[in-house]
Ligand binder design. Structure first.
Ligand code: NOJ
Length: 555
C-alpha cells in the first residue's frame, strides 16, 4: 500500500453525546468538542473519530440515521462542523465520521417511501420478504438486538429485515441506487473537509438466501445466524467499489472498518489500497470468569482478561497481516465496558492497572484507538436503574440476581460489567457537579466519584493522564511505528514483547494481574546497555513485580 498520513494515526474516540455539553441540555455537542481541541492535541493523539452526529431519532444513539446530510440539532449545526474541521486541521488533527452503511432509521425518507407499497421506487432500497407458508417470519434468524430479524408490515403484508433494532431497517446493497446514494453521502462529507470514515457494521451489508434456516433450532425458536449475515464474500466487492469511488476524490482517505467478528485471516481481505485502511475487530477482547458462582447468571460473575488467549490472538494480529496492513489496538469502545473496570482494578489499582494495560497494548504495532475518558482512568458508569440497559436479557438477569439475595447495587454493577451503557458516562473534566461535563446534568449519568478528572490529573506527574501523554509520545518513535514485534514467553501474569528496528530494540513488560510474580531472570539480567524509558519499579533490585508493575527499556 502507498504510504499515507494515517500509517501513524493515533485515534481518540469521542462519543459526542457524552463528551462536553455547552448548551445546557445534558447532551454533549460539537461546540464542546471544539472547546476541547487543545486538550485533545496535548494528549498526543492525531485523529478524532466521532460517533454519529447526523439527524436521528436516537433509538440507537445516532446509529439510526434519518438524514445523512445534516447534523442533528442536539449536536449543533453544519457551521459547527465546519468550524470543528477547520480548527482541528489547524492543530494538525484529522477527523473521521461514523458512517452507517448497513441500515437507516425507519424514519429515513427512503424507508417512509418504501412503506408506501411494493411499487414504490424506494421499495428495493430495503430487504422485503413474504411470510413463510404458515404465515410466520421468513426464517429463524435472530437480530443482534434480540427478537427476529423480521418485522411485519401490515400495509404491504410483507416482512422487512433488520439486523439491529426494528426501527433500523437494513439496506439492500445489491441495489445500485443504494450503492450510489451512499457514495454521494460520503462525498458530501469529504467535500466538507473530513479525512475519512469509520464504517459501521460493514461486514453485514450482504445477506445470504433468506430461505436458509439456522439448523437444529426448534420450530418457532430463533438464533443468531452470523454464517448467513456476516462476512459474505460479496461484502468485499461492495466495499471495494465504495472505497475506490471515494479514493478518486480523496486519495489519502482514512477508512476504519468496523469488522467485529474479523480474525486476522479475514482482515487480510478487508485491508488494502481500495479497501479499509485498518479494521476494528473484537477478536482480541477476551475475558475469563474468575469464579463460577451458581447464584450468578453465566457471564455476570467477576471476570479478568484471559491473558493467554489475548496473547495468542495478538501474536496473530501482529504477525499475520501483510506488509502495509496494520491492526487497530484498543481495549474499549462505546459498545463495551470500560478498560479499568473490566480488565484492571478500578478500586485498589485504578492508576497502575490503567497504566500497565495501556503500555501492554499501545506500544504494539498498529493504530491505537482510545475511548474518551480512558486516559484519566474513567470507570464503568454506575447506573441506578435497570431500565437504562438496552440488552434484552438485562432485566431477567437482574431479577434473578435479586432473587438470589444480591443487593440492587451489586446486581446493577454486575450487569454494567458486560454492557455497553457502562462506557457512555459524561466525561470527567472537573470535580464540579456533573463533572464539568455540563451544568445541567448528563443524559447517561456521570460518575459520582469526582476525585479524578482532567483538571486534577493534568499537572500530576503520577497521573494516568500524564502517563498516557508520555506513552503516546513514545509511540511516535520509529521503533514503535515500524519495528518488528516479537512476543516474549512469560507466565500469564505478564504481557511482554520486543520491538526491533535494525539494531535498535525496545522491551515492554507489563504485569496485568494482581498475582505475585517474580521479575523474570532474563529481565533482571539484561545487559547494561539497556536504558529505562518508563518504569514503575527497579528491575535490577526488585525480586517481585507488584500488581500492575510495568517497565519499558530500550537500547
Ligand atoms: C455498531 C455500533 O458500534 C453500535 O453502537 C451500533 O449499535 C451498531 N453498530 C448498529 O449500528
Amino acid at each position: 500500500m502507498a504510504s499515507y498520513w494515517w500509517k501513524d494515526a493515533i485515534i481518540y474516540q469521542i462519543y459526542p453525546k457524552s463528551f462536553k455539553d455547552t448548551n445546557h441540555d445534558g447532551v454533549g455537542d460539537l461546540r464542546g468538542i471544539i472547546e476541547s481541541l487543545n486538550y485533545i492535541k496535548e494528549l498526543g493523539v492525531n485523529t478524532l473519530w466521532l460517533n454519529p452526529i447526523f439527524i436521528s431519532p436516537q433509538i440507537d444513539n445516532g446509529y439510526d440515521v434519518s438524514n445523512y446530510y445534516a447534523v442533528d440539532e442536539i449536536f449543533g449545526t453544519l457551521e459547527d462542523v465546519e468550524e470543528l474541521i477547520e480548527k482541528a486541521h489547524a492543530l494538525d488533527l484529522r477527523i473521521i465520521f461514523d458512517l452507517v452503511l448497513n441500515h437507516t432509521s425507519n424514519q429515513h425518507p427512503w424507508f417512509q417511501e418504501a412503506l408506501k407499497g411494493k411499487d414504490n421506487i424506494y421499495r428495493d432500497y430495503y430487504l422485503w420478504e413474504d411470510a413463510a407458508q404458515d404465515g410466520s417470519a421468513p426464517n429463524n434468524w435472530e437480530s443482534f438486538f434480540g427478537g427476529s430479524v423480521w418485522e411485519y408490515d401490515t400495509h404491504s403484508r410483507q416482512y422487512y429485515f433488520h439486523l439491529f433494532a426494528k426501527e433500523m431497517p437494513d439496506l439492500n446493497w445489491k441495489n445500485p441506487e443504494v450503492q450510489k446514494s451512499m457514495v454521494d453521502i460520503a462525498k458530501f462529507w469529504l467535500s466538507k473537509g473530513i479525512d475519512g470514515f469509520r464504517l459501521d457494521a460493514f461486514i453485514h451489508m450482504v445477506k445470504d438466501d433468506f430461505s436458509l434456516n439456522v439448523p437444529n433450532i426448534a420450530s418457532g425458536e430463533i438464533a443468531l445466524a452470523e454464517q448467513y449475515y456476516a462476512n459474505l464474500p460479496e461484502v468485499r466487492v461492495y466495499l471495494e467499489e465504495f472505497i475506490s469511488e471515494l479514493r478518486k476524490v480523496k486519495p489519502d482517505i482514512f477508512i476504519v472498518g468496523e469488522a467485529a467478528s474479523a480474525t486476522p485471516k479475514l482482515a487480510l481481505d478487508y485491508i488494502g489500497e481500495n479497501l479499509c485502511s485498518t479494521v476494528i475487530s473484537f477478536d482480541h477482547i477476551q475475558d475469563r470468569e474468575i469464579i463460577e458462582n451458581p447464584l450468578i447468571p453465566k457471564g455476570l460473575g467477576p471476570k479478568t482478561l484471559n491473558v493467554s488467549d489475548f496473547k495468542k490472538r495478538m501474536i496473530s494480529w501482529q504477525t499475520d497481516l501483510k506488509a502495509g496492513q496494520q491492526p487497530t489496538l484498543y481495549w474499549n469502545n462505546h459498545d463495551m465496558p470500560r478498560l479499568v473496570s473490566r480488565f484492571g482494578n478500578d478500586e485498589a489499582y485504578r492508576v497502575k492497572s490503567s497504566q500497565s494495560l495501556a503500555a501492554a497494548m499501545y506500544l504494539l504495532s498498529g493504530i491505537p484507538v482510545l475511548l474518551y475518558g480512558e486516559e484519566i482512568g474513567m470507570k464503568n458508569l454506575k447506573i441506578s436503574d435497570i431500565s437504562a440497559f438496552q440488552q434484552p436479557t438485562a432485566k431477567e438477569q437482574y431479577n434473578q440476581l435479586l432473587a438470589n439475595d444480591f443487593s440492587k447495587e451489586e446486581a446493577l454493577k454486575m450487569i454494567a460489567s458486560i454492557n455497553k451503557e457502562a462506557s457512555r458516562g459524561g466525561m470527567q473534566w472537573t470535580a464540579d457537579k456533573y463533572s464539568g461535563f455540563s451544568d445541567y446534568g448528563c443524559w447517561s449519568g456521570v460518575n459520582i466519584e469526582t476525585a479524578f478528572n482532567v483538571q486534577a490529573e493534568k499537572d500530576d506527574p503520577n497521573s494516568i493522564l500524564t502517563f498516557y501523554q508520555e506513552l503516546l509520545r513514545l509511540k511516535k518513535d520509529d521503533i514503535f511505528q515500524k519495528g518488528k514485534t516479537e512476543f516474549i514467553q512469560t507466565s500469564d501474569n505478564l504481557i511482554a514483547y520486543k520491538r526491533i528496528l535494525a539494531d535498535e530494540e525496545a522491551i515492554v513488560v507489563c504485569h496485568v494481574t494482581e498475582e505475585p510474580t517474580d521479575v523474570p531472570d532474563w529481565l533482571s539480567s539484561l545487559e547494561d546497555n539497556y536504558q529505562v524509558v518508563m518504569s514503575s519499579f527497579d528491575y535490577k533490585m526488585a525480586d517481585m513485580m507488584q500488581p500492575y508493575d510495568y517497565i519499558i527499556v530500550s537500547k
